[in-house]
Design a protein around this ligand. Structure first.
Ligand SMILES: [Zn+2]
Length: 226
């Protein structure tokens, strides 16, 4: 058993303290080390128990955002943090997301955030893939060459000349009717690479309520970050 020995002149008895999962022994000068070690051996169980208790408390302190929720497709989803054999998430029928981090990894909080981001990324990506397929059929448009999800500061989506579509990761928190609008907007750019009257005509043909969606994004866009 490792410990720090602190001797003092005033002490008349031997005492032990467990703090921050470390053991300190306080003893008078006249007690020999062998005697201290022998006495400590009788206290082993108690010390081990204290250390285990404290490491559990320390672990609990490392968990971020207890009682946190995340908005997924406009709905609040409570997040439960926990330990698992590996970094993973679970989502069952309940509207609840469980994030599990391996207890072997360092920087637990950063891992939870990375895992949460991964979760949101996958959710948004599969939703957008589905809607891009739907709307391409409706709009008689050929599929884009690439779909990407990434962080954008000031835009919800983009479309380039190589017919690659990119969507803002934070759309994952928006209601699906708003995401649909961004999908139609970007798909309309495949035909019109500008915001001309013809472009808006095409948008309104396949998404008549586009002004409502634009207004929603203006009013609530900044609250979509997490
Ligand atoms: Zn545009």
């Amino acid at each position: 058993m490792d410990y720090t020995l602190k001797r003092s002149k005033r002490r008349t008895t031997v005492a032990i303290k467990v703090a921050e999962q470390k053991l300190t022994v306080y003893a008078p000068f006249y007690v020999p080390q062998t005697e201290i070690d022998a006495w400590l051996n009788t206290k082993q169980d108690w010390v081990a128990e204290q250390i285990a208790k404290q490491s559990m408390q320390a672990e609990r302190r490392q968990l971020p955002l207890v009682n946190a929720t995340i908005k997924l497709f406009g709905q609040n989803v409570p997040i439960v943090f926990g330990k698992g054999p590996k970094n993973t998430w679970q989502q069952d029928a309940r509207p609840q997301l469980t994030l599990l981090i391996s207890s072997r990894v360092k920087h637990q909080e950063a891992n939870y955030l990375a895992l949460l981001e991964q979760f949101m990324h996958e959710k948004l990506e599969s939703y957008i893939e589905m809607r891009v397929h739907d709307y391409c059929l409706q709009m008689s448009e050929t599929l884009p060459t690439k779909l990407k999800i990434q962080h954008y500061k000031r835009r919800w989506g983009s479309c380039n000349k190589r017919r690659e579509l990119t969507f803002n990761l934070h759309l994952a928190s928006a209601p699906t009717w708003v995401i649909d609008y961004v999908v139609v907007h970007e798909l309309a750019h495949l035909l019109h690479m500008n915001h001309s009257a013809k472009f808006w005509q095409r948008v309104s043909q396949f998404y008549p309520d586009y002004k409502k969606a634009e207004q929603w994004l203006k009013a609530n866009g900044s609250s979509l970050s997490w």
